[in-house]
Design a protein around this ligand. Structure first.
Ligand SMILES: NC(=O)c1ccc[n+]([C@@H]2O[C@H](COP(=O)([O-])OP(=O)(O)OC[C@H]3O[C@@H](n4cnc5c(N)ncnc54)[C@H](OP(=O)(O)O)[C@@H]3O)[C@@H](O)[C@H]2O)c1
Length: 259
């Protein structure tokens, strides 16, 4: 049997991708994976401007695309419109938006008083209103070439209701719901999917209690945590292989929901 011709051009050549929360544990891996596939990557930041510029420099030193670091504070809708103008000025297009920015804090689910209103509002403003506001601001650019993609980084906490606190779980459930509404509303020019990790082996997770981490691994059928690069590969797959999927929730959880 004749072997299939290998594509020489990277799969995401000439595409432009924005990753909000681009310097976080998962965001960094996603930026690297997108750049490796040939995309020009915009590392979106809120407070970590220096880290974002450093990451954009590293990506630039490893590839020929035009990477950049730009402010993408997802709770500031006016700033997101400025970001859209800047992307249009620099690139004239945006093909992929990865809504990766997110916050949480550990509060035991039974400690209702520990989850105060300010924290609840922060979680929802960042994890739910944020991806919506980014989508709203960047929709015209994403729709321009009729093949836009939005990847919302969710969590299996949306379904399992197990996670850092009750409202974090609820915020990810809201995000998955929004993925479906927006997939319907923005079709056929923009696809919208969620990538939904279980626990990922980021620096933040490494800093948590080791016996708790071992317990999580023991409850995961594939018997380990996800590597950030594995979550990033799900984002790449959504862009390159799952081209007829929209409104889908892709779990990257080692079967954790089965246990
Ligand atoms: N780590 C896990 O095990 C895990 C599991 C499931 C799902 N997730 C989800 O994956 C995403 C990334 O998680 P992570 O572990 O990589 O988190 P992380 O390392 O704590 O990074 C969080 C990122 O969010 C950004 N951010 C926070 N508030 C923002 C705002 N108002 N505007 C714009 N950016 C903001 C931060 O940017 P600055 O530093 O610039 O402020 C930072 O880059 C989150 O949505 C999280 O819920 C993570």
């Amino acid at each position: 049997m004749q072997s299939r011709r290998k594509d020489t051009e990277p799969k995401l050549a000439k595409r432009v991708a924005l990753v909000t929360g681009g310097t976080g544990g998962l965001g960094t891996a996603i930026c690297h994976a997108l750049a490796d596939e040939g995309a020009s990557v915009i590392v979106g930041f809120n407070q970590s401007a220096d880290a974002a510029h450093t990451l954009a420099d590293v990506l630039t030193s490893n590839s020929h695309q035009h990477h950049a670091a730009l402010a993408a504070p997802v709770t500031n809708s006016a700033a997101l419109l400025t970001l859209a103008d800047e992307i249009n000025k620099r690139y004239r297009r945006l093909d992929i938006l990865v809504n990766c920015a997110g916050i949480t804090r550990f509060v035991p689910h039974s400690d209702l008083d520990g989850l105060d209103d300010a924290l609840i509002d922060d979680i929802f403003a960042t994890n739910v209103r944020g991806p919506f506001a980014a989508t709203r601001a960047l929709r015209p650019l994403l729709a321009k070439n009729s093949a836009g993609l939005i990847v919302n980084i969710s969590s299996i906490a949306a379904v399992s209701a197990m996670g850092s606190n009750v409202m974090y779980c609820a915020s990810k459930a809201a995000l998955d719901n929004m993925t479906k509404s927006l997939a319907r509303a923005l079709a056929p020019h923009i696809r919208v999917v969620s990538v939904s990790p279980g626990l990922v082996d980021t620096d933040f997770v490494k800093s948590l209690d080791i016996s708790w981490r071992h317990e999580q691994v023991a409850r995961t059928p594939l018997a380990r945590l996800a590597a950030p690069a594995e979550v990033a590969q799900a984002v790449i797959a959504a862009a390159t292989h799952f081209t007829f999927s929209t409104g889908s929730i892709f779990a990257v959880d080692g079967g954790r929901q089965l246990a």
